[in-house]
Design a binder for this molecule. Structure first.
Ligand code: SF4
Length: 72
């Protein structure tokens, strides 16, 4: 499972992410994006990855969430 991480301080409200993955990103009136859903399903990852790559200020990231495992 991957999770979207947003660094709101870097977002300049370009809207690139929203245009590529509108189910996940919405730029508000304040010019900062809101993450609508932070955990894309496997078949949604492609759009979200494209949005993350396209962000001009690298405000977005996709982080892998490791399933919790007992430490050996
Ligand atoms: S692409 Fe980046 S800078 Fe543009 S609205 Fe999305 S997070 Fe903000």
């Amino acid at each position: 499972m991957s999770r979207i991480a947003l660094d709101g301080e870097r977002c300049v409200g370009s809207g690139a992410c929203e245009s590529l993955a509108p189910d996940f990103f919405e730029v508000g009136d304040d010019g900062v994006v809101t993450v609508l859903r932070s955990e894309p399903a496997d078949d949604e990852l492609r759009d979200v990855e494209a949005a993350v790559r396209t962000c001009p200020t690298r405000a977005l990231d996709l982080v892998s969430e490791q399933p919790a495992t007992a430490a050996g």
